[in-house]
Write a protein that binds this ligand. Structure first.
Ligand SMILES: [Cu+2]
Length: 161
């Protein structure tokens, strides 16, 4: 009987730049190529998150081997300038809807890079959700982006590249 049971353990499928556990699907993922710097270096992960479940889920944080700090960021008008900041409480992906992470918009922020991230390199990215299973995408390819270099606003701390 135990042997039969094992057959039903879900097998995670890891496709290039795509990850799914059924409820939430991450597609078209890519990461901005970047360099480490004396301030730590920053980059961001972009793509589309689709919530196939019947209830809202919230992207609360993420993780990747290449960054010491991963946050969910939005662009906001702060002191008359568009800056990025951590989204309080995370980013909601409404039931049955998709949200797009893109340069100049919401993004999964990578900070304190542990290595240079050159164009063509691939990393793994985990998205942590409240209300759904976390998902991990392998083979997220780095490519250059002109956008996404917005100034970072976080309380008293301000950083740029
Ligand atoms: Cu950011």
């Amino acid at each position: 009987m135990r042997k039969t049971f094992l057959l039903f353990i879900p097998i995670a499928l890891f496709l290039s730049g795509c990850a799914s556990d059924g409820e939430v699907v991450a597609q078209d993922l890519w990461v901005k190529s970047s360099e480490m710097s004396i301030k730590g270096g920053m980059s961001a992960v972009y793509g589309t998150l689709t919530n196939n479940s019947s209830q809202d889920v919230v992207l609360v944080r993420g993780a990747t081997e290449i960054a010491g700090v991963v946050e969910v960021h939005e662009m906001a008008m702060i002191g008359g300038e568009m800056k990025m900041q951590e989204i309080d409480g995370g980013l909601t992906v409404p039931a049955g809807k998709s949200i797009v992470l893109e340069p100049g918009g919401n993004h999964l922020m990578l900070m304190m890079l542990t290595d240079d991230l050159e164009a063509g390199e691939e990393i793994s990215v985990t998205f942590d959700f409240a209300g759904a299973e976390d998902i991990t995408a392998n083979g997220v390819v780095a490519k250059p982006a002109e956008g996404g270099d917005e100034e970072y606003h976080s309380g008293e701390m301000e950083m740029d590249n």
